[in-house]
Design a protein around this ligand. Structure first.
Ligand SMILES: Cc1cc2nc3c(=O)[nH]c(=O)nc-3n(C[C@H](O)[C@H](O)[C@H](O)COP(=O)(O)O)c2cc1C
Length: 320
């Protein structure tokens, strides 16, 4: 059976979200942090809070780094390894224009030579994390191309030169952003040609979606990662494993829990804006399109905790 992973989602699936989802619903095998851009201040910024062992107790967390600079990668990797983590995931998927223009994230997929040079520094460079921590593991999360999938064979050839411990594939190209149908032919190519164990990510929204991928690929994939659908329905992992559906009360308790923790750890404004971000997905549980649009509008417009709570009460009255 494929393992279940919570996807990294910037500003959303950080330590507050993952602790709550684990406590309220469970059944997640691995949690990936939203990407961290390594620089010298890595442990002083919010990335530090994200990685602090006391913020991740009892969870199998894999920090994700976004860079194409092997020196910066290895420097951050040493800090991360010294905190007790055993693996880092490299982001070769971020489609943001500012990131991709600098040949980072999905941007590196159009330059397999740069990717090769970067990975050589990561795995074999003189400051490689593997020189100080030989059992440290490095995985990759990738899209299947930039403008199209024509570079995919070269990308896989490069990745196959290194002991990548796992390759998580979101089978879209940079240009797709998060839209359109996933490119399963490209995913099949990766499964057939990758030396690293492959995991699947993209558009898993139901138990049926999970079972379709699981029964098609069986032991040829290691894990299935869920992002947006898990923000809307954090009980999806439990439902996949046990069949038990999330109740309205459970969702209410979960959202309340993360809001209270955000208020403790962030300013009231930031806590509110984080909840608004979550609600852009949660609102998907309201089936009537018109009602949903109105609810999203009133949650987004709320200026303080009291207005937010009123809007949430209305939202819950429309949920089945
Ligand atoms: C708002 C948002 C933020 C994301 N942040 C990250 C990130 O930090 N690192 C990453 O590898 N992928 C990130 N992703 C991509 C997701 O991890 C995942 O690959 C994508 O949403 C497809 O999976 P899904 O269909 O299950 O959501 C992000 C996606 C969204 C929508």
């Amino acid at each position: 059976m494929a393992d279940l992973y919570l996807a990294p989602m910037e500003e959303i699936t950080g330590y507050v979200f993952r602790n709550a989802v684990s406590r309220h619903f469970g059944h997640i095998d691995r949690f990936y942090t939203p990407f961290i851009s390594p620089d010298n201040r890595i442990m002083k910024t919010r990335a530090g809070r994200e990685l602090l062992p006391e913020n991740n107790r009892g969870l199998n967390v894999i920090p994700q780094l976004l860079t194409n600079n092997a020196g910066l990668f290895n420097e951050a990797a040493h800090l991360i390894a010294n905190m007790g983590y055993g693996q880092i995931n490299i982001n070769f998927g971020c489609p943001s224009n500012t990131v991709a223009a600098k040949f980072k994230g999905s941007g590196i997929l159009r330059d397999p030579i740069l990717m090769d040079r970067f990975l050589d520094g990561v795995f074999d460079g003189k400051d490689s994390i593997l020189k100080s921590f030989p059992s440290f593991r490095i995985s990759v999360k990738s899209r299947v191309g930039y403008n199209d999938t024509s570079d995919l064979p070269k990308v896989i050839e490069v990745l196959n030169r290194y002991p990548v411990c796992e390759l998580i594939v979101h089978p879209r190209i940079k240009k797709d952003l998060y839209l359109g149908t996933v490119r399963m032919e490209a995913f099949d190519y990766v499964v057939a040609n990758s030396k690293a164990p492959v995991s699947y990510n993209g558009d898993i929204c139901s138990v049926e979606d999970y079972e379709r991928i699981e029964s098609k690929y069986k032991e040829s994939i290691r894990g299935i990662m869920i992002g947006r659908a898990a923000v809307a329905d954090p009980g999806i992992f439990r439902r996949i494993r046990t069949g038990e559906k999330m109740t309205k009360q459970e969702l209410y308790g979960f959202l309340n829990d993360i809001y209270e923790t955000y208020k403790k750890d962030y300013s009231p404004e930031n806590a509110l804006s984080k909840m608004k971000e979550v609600w852009t997905y949660t609102a998907g549980l309201i089936t009537d399109e018109k009602v949903r649009a109105g609810i999203i509008k009133s949650i987004i417009k709320s200026k303080n905790g009291a207005q937010y709570k009123d809007a949430v009460t209305v939202a819950f009255s429309h949920m089945i």
